[in-house]
Design a protein around this ligand. Sequence first.
Ligand code: XIL
Length: 330
Amino acid sequence: QPTLRQLAQARGIAFGSAVSQQQLAADTGYRDWAGAQLGLLVPETEFIWGHLQPSQLQGPNFDDTDQLVAFAESHGQQVRGHTLTWHTDLPSWLTRDVAAGVIGPEALKDLHRRHIESVVGRYRNRVSMWNVVNEPLAENGSLRTDAKTGFWALNASAPGDPQEYIRNAFHWAREADPDAKLYLNEYGAEWGSAKARGLYNLVKDLIAAGVPIDGIGFQTHAPVSSRLSGLEDTMRRFAALGLEVAITELDVRVPMLADSDELAQQAEVYGQAAKTCLSLAPACTSVTTWGFTDAHSWYPSSEFPSWGAATLLDASMNPKPAYHALSAVL
Ligand code: XIL
């Protein structure tokens, strides 16, 4: 029985998942499955600024990311770095000092640059793609500028130029590793939404400004009722700009405990996502799921707490219909 990794590779795309270093270290079943089935690893939280550098004075702590990248290398797997610029899980010292005016816009820009240089530079030629910017857009398609999530645009050093931090982030990442593929990653842009239109306009602006952007990641956290209609058209429009596209955080949430009809429907959606990427390959480079076992789901801590059975394997690591659907499509 070929692995998902082998099946995907034979079709010219990569199959991967978010993984947690803590689980890799603690759980043999989890580690073995990840080692065998995945061609691409995305550290689920380990690269996020607040996780890397909880203390300003001590600088970043690369223990977890070093181990995770070493695991990937020993299995010949690619790594997608997630993520260099996001409004969520920033270090608390950073948000506190920015709010207090202790760190002003120029100092923030400098910290942002040094963060990207140190992280991307450390894994140069080892982490082959980065989500340079994650979730920059509000639902209406404009950049986030609200008090809760607008950290980057609100603290921009150039007044009236809220895209500046995005351009900077891509330029700094390119300088730190000229060979890494640089992605902008977003959710809610998988169909013809206001956000998808905003994303398209943003990306056109970035390209026109000479920003080194290589690809767009569509997270694709889907409800079980979804048909993913629109995803293929949307991805095709971005590919037509000369960019790579990828499905970066696929999962299909279903209320617990799901019955067999719901699990079959979930399998359909997984299969549909893989078909969509295959139909756009090689412009679509990969399908990455957000976790692979219901034993470790992010949903219980999300806004959908009782929708945790979103992955390919049940909590005992047994393949669900979704796994079989994916392996049939790939
Ligand atoms: C989630 C992680 O899975 C959680 O462990 C963490 O506490 C919060 O973030 N979009 C993203 C991911 O880009 O980083 C999010 O991951 C899920 C939504």
